[in-house]
Ligand binder design. Structure first.
Ligand SMILES: [Zn+2]
Length: 70
């Protein structure tokens, strides 16, 4: 199962983006928190929601759980 990370910092729209490990858009370790291994990005985003109020899937590596700000 892939390992997921959540960005500790928000995007301009206030989202904490969840990435699969190795995504080129993932922030450096130290600026993100490991969520653990999940079979799908929805579970990872749900886990991120326990840490941050507005988790969102990365539009590149977790596209299925990405919600557009608009
Ligand atoms: Zn990503």
């Amino acid at each position: 199962m892939p390992r997921y990370y959540v960005n500790n910092e928000t995007t301009y729209s206030g989202d904490h983006i969840v990435h699969v490990e190795g995504c080129e858009h993932m922030p450096p370790k130290g600026k993100c928190t490991c969520l653990g291994d999940y079979s799908n990005c929805f579970d990872a985003v749900r886990e991120a929601g326990k840490l941050f109020p507005r988790p969102n899937g990365c539009p590149h590596c977790a596209r299925l759980s990405h919600v557009d700000a608009d």
